[in-house]
Design a protein around this ligand. Sequence first.
Ligand code: F6R
Length: 236
Amino acid sequence: MNVIYAKNYQELSEKAALLIGGQVIRKPDSVLGFATGSTPIGTYQELVRLHRESGLDFSRTVTFNLDEYFDCPISDTNSYHYFMHDHLFNHINIKKESVHLPDGMAKDAQAECERYEKMIAEAGGVDLQLLGIGHNGHIGFNEPDDHFVLNTQHITLTDSTINANSRFYKNREDVPKTALSMGIGTIMKAKQILMVISGTDKKVIAEKALFGPVTPQVPASILQFHQNVTVILAID
Ligand code: F6R
């Protein structure tokens, strides 16, 4: 595991964007895995800047997001579809048809999970997966459990995650209670992983995930078994 200590959030965002940009330059038709949440927002801003100021070209890039709320239309400003377009896709030259998120309005959640998993495999797998980490150690929406979830699944969110997500909603009751998320197995198949962790409130979970025992109670700890992980930390 390659751990980089950034001096602040801005530096974390610049370094993460440069690593993603490097991947796109090396392999213009890269398959990128993206995450939502507050932490990668700065990274997306920097990617937009690299596109505008340095011509970073996403025209051949394909993307798969980690997750999407279930029963949440893409027009909902809290949908991850909306988030990704707002922060990144609307501001770079990626083709519309190259952008993929699980369909949160699918009638059959299980069939949608299988379709998503198959699409990732057919695209040749993810070259570089960007991840954040939840306070409980979740990656994507893989919550602490007694086992690691293998494939893309319809997941029931924990109270801790619903509480964290409620900051974006007027009422806690409006926060979606389930989501479709890549599984731990899907994430572990990515050829490279880039995790961004920011804020003193993430210090305890970062130590557990990066240096503690590997356990499904801390889903991110599985990354210790991945061969190509870079973590950028800005936690003090
Ligand atoms: C969302 C996702 C989540 C977030 C995590 C941290 O796509 O993958 O696992 O990365 O909840 O979110 P922030 O960055 O808001 O603390």
